[in-house]
Write a protein that binds this ligand. Structure first.
Ligand code: ARG
Length: 720
């Protein structure tokens, strides 16, 4: 009885198969999991999902850019991904005259496609390297493991053959250092923009609708991978030809029904499903609220400038979108963790674990060690967020802090001419990037506001020595924001970092004294230096200890419940996963039911002419009013279906992922999670968790009817 009770409690917290939870490694799909997929509607064999020898679905799935997923949809290397994944490249390809971000863009032939700085990565194979890694770690203390980890990994990945042809290996720790897998990728570097809807479609609903259902966003964009004439990955060249892919996904015109099977392949970036109650407390009490407050400050000042001027908007858009995205996420995460009482559940689970661990030396002190480790770090956690999200949230301060490297070379006795040259080159490159994206009016306000927030919210004993006293003496009382505004204005007026002629003069004969006297550099170096010297080592120690404890905790969990082990999946870590579930409506709160699809009708209901977030292209309004949906219409609903939701378990990084039906056909693109389950990185809720997808028929409608790019439609393999 007791054991049964324990198991019941455990199953509420432990990350094993329940409902549609699970981000599975496609090469290690257990029988149980595969059988469950078949039961729910999968019609394909394991080999058709993942195979080393034959072309399989995994060959159509790519890492898109730095943190998204994409899929190959034609035999000429055509890629579908999200609009918000292509966003930076679309903004970079735009200027005020050719404003593709605002107006959309389609290449009507391959010559019109626009080169980008993006890369995409194809997964070639996965190799279990646990033995090699563990042999290399043997006898090392945990600190030494951390110190040597990169080198040990590198010794293994260096052996991957065919580097000249774009192959490279990366090792991922699974189950908190209880297993090591090497993923071998082929990296392509000539990626071109083929098409994008106007932002009013691709980001319809903006940040108001972000992380929310019901949703009406056409969150897609289209790119193409190129290879050299002899079939290899290559830098951009006019000579290059479209990639001949191993496999591409057919596109379904059939549409979805409530209850239909859906699977999603992609690259979930990170989850922490085994987080302890200690971690949740730190997150809810300190980390999340600090980040949210500081980002709100930055967003406010950026937004003020962006709405005034299209050139500023293009400059700041991409950075603004990513800051806003996780500002809303972390706010929602804490709200949902509280709603679900995740902290209390974890505590209960930890109590049960400790009971089990009694008398087992590897495990019995784990919880008290966690407690000690968190208690040692907690007093400084806020400080860390205020540096990362506050002080370094000013682009000027962030750039200035990169110059510490130049400073240290300038100060070093006997630094070589080559060291100096390198440091100068890096400083110039860093300044170029900074100037390209700098907007002075917003940055100046941000600098003043975050410096005041630091003063108000951080422990006095943790201030950089002398800074605030100096400010008070020169500028006035510190409880008055006018003081901080005046000071920030002086920094921006006097710094040489923003002044081309002063900067160039300095760089001809750089010296440490001039740099140190610069107000922007002095500021960044005071705050970042103070953090780096005193608090960053404590953070590293905290992290390393946590990694060690996490390793043992995971091992203990597996030992405690051996029967559950083959139903466990490792936390997401940006390695390829497949999740499966079904199309499904839900009840977000009492008396409210959310349907599983949205339609053109809802788009028009939300439409606000001229609005920053809810405007639409005139042509779209006209076509929608005429119900001109062509062959993309949903025959049952007699409308154009725009979005749908599924129960799949995904997270950030999965953006752009293909949503695939039981026959292996593309039915949509995953692009978001719902607000009611934003706890999902830590706790998956089986009733409320939904993945938000754009229906592929809406994607096709936008390309064809709105964009007139029949050439793209003709390239696809459409399944009626
Ligand atoms: N929440 C989405 C994700 O993380 C990004 C959506 C982008 N749209 C926006 N309005 N910021 O994948």
């Amino acid at each position: 009885m007791k054991k049964l009770l324990l198991l019941l409690v455990l199953s509420g917290v432990l990350t094993t198969t329940r409902a549609d939870e699970g981000m599975w490694l496609p090469m290690l799909l257990g029988k149980q999991v595969y059988n469950d997929m078949v039961k729910k509607g999968l019609k394909l064999s394991k080999e058709q999902l993942y195979s080393i020898n034959k072309a399989s679905i995994k060959d159509a799935i790519i890492i898109f850019g730095g943190g998204c997923t994409g899929e190959i949809v034609s035999n000429q290397g055509l890629i579908f991904t999200n609009h918000h994944c292509g966003y930076g490249a679309i903004a970079a390809a735009s200027d005020v005259q050719h404003n593709y971000l605002r107006d959309g863009f389609y290449a009507y032939n391959k010559d019109q496609e626009i080169p980008t700085k993006l890369t995409v990565q194809f997964l070639d194979r996965i190799v279990d390297v646990s033995k090699e890694v563990e042999t290399a770690f043997k006898g090392m203390s945990w600190d030494d493991r951390v110190k040597n980890r990169q080198e040990i990994y590198k010794n293994i990945t260096d052996k991957v053959a065919d580097k000249e042809n774009g192959m490279s290996g990366r090792i991922y720790s699974m189950f908190n250092d209880n297993q090591y897998l090497m993923f071998v990728y082929k990296i392509y570097r000539d990626i071109r923009l083929v098409g994008t809807p106007p932002e009013s479609v691709g980001k319809f609903g903006g940040d108001t609708d972000n992380w929310e259902w019901p949703r009406h966003t056409g969150d897609f964009s289209v790119f193409r991978v190129y290879m050299s004439k002899d079939g290899k990955p290559d830098e951009y060249s006019i000579e290059n030809v479209p990639l001949k892919p191993k496999y591409f996904l057919p596109v379904s015109l059939k549409g979805v029904k409530d209850g239909d099977f859906a699977m999603i392949f992609g690259y979930p970036g990170g989850t922490n499903r085994y987080e302890t109650s200690y971690g949740i407390k730190l997150k809810n009490d300190i980390d999340n609220p600090s980040l949210v407050a500081l980002r709100a400050i930055r967003l406010k000042y950026m937004h003020e400038q962006m709405i005034k001027d299209p050139a500023v908007k293009l400059k700041l858009a991409s950075n603004y979108a990513s800051v806003a995205n996780y500002w809303k996420f972390f706010d929602g995460e804490t709200k949902q963790l509280k709603k679900f009482h995740t902290y209390d559940q974890k505590q209960q689970y930890e109590k049960d674990f400790s009971k089990w661990a009694k008398g087992k030396p590897d495990y019995e002190n784990l919880m008290s060690e966690y407690e000690k480790n968190y208690a040692a770090w907690a007093p400084y956690a806020k400080h860390r967020q205020y540096i990362r999200e506050g002080i370094l949230g000013s682009p000027l301060a962030a750039f200035a802090s990169t110059l510490e490297r130049l400073e240290s070379v300038l100060q070093k006795q006997g630094a070589s001419a080559k060291d100096l040259e390198n440091a100068k080159t890096m400083a110039e490159a860093s300044r170029k990037r900074f100037i390209e994206s700098e907007n002075i009016p917003s940055d100046e306000k941000i600098l003043g506001a975050v410096t005041m927030a630091f003063y108000n919210d951080i422990d006095k004993d943790q201030y950089p020595i002398g800074f605030y006293e100096g400010l008070k003496n020169s500028y006035g009382p510190l409880d008055d924001d006018a003081t901080f505004k005046k000071w920030a204005h002086d920094v921006f007026t006097n710094t040489l970092l923003l002044n081309d002629s002063k900067w160039n003069k300095f760089m001809e004969h750089p010296d440490a004294a001039t740099l140190q006297a610069d107000p922007a550099f002095a500021f960044a170096s005071a705050f970042v230096g103070n953090y780096t010297d005193k608090y960053s080592p404590l953070y590293t120690a905290f992290l390393n200890k946590n990694n060690e404890l996490n390793h043992w905790y995971m091992k203990g969990i597996m030992e405690m419940q051996p029967e559950a082990v083959n139903k466990m999946y490792p936390d997401a870590n940006f390695s390829m996963r497949v999740s499966y579930g079904s199309v499904k409506s839900y009840v977000p709160r009492d008396a409210v039911k959310y349907d599983y699809i949205t339609t053109s009708k809802g788009v028009l209901e939300k439409y606000i002419p001229g609005d920053y977030e809810f405007d639409l292209p005139a042509k779209q309004v006209e076509l929608f009013k005429k119900k001109d949906f062509g062959r993309y219409i949903d025959k049952t609903k007699k409308d154009l279906v725009v979005g749908f939701i599924t129960t799949n378990d995904i997270t950030g990084g999965n953006s752009g992922s293909p949503v695939i039906d039981g026959n292996g056909h593309l039915i949509g693109l995953a692009f978001d999670g719902n607000y009611e389950a934003l706890s999902h990185k830590i706790a998956f809720d089986k009733n409320l968790n939904r993945t938000i997808c754009v229906d592929v028929r809406y994607v096709l409608w936008c390309i064809d009817k709105l964009g007139g790019a029949k050439n793209i439609i003709d390239e696809l393999k459409l399944v009626p």
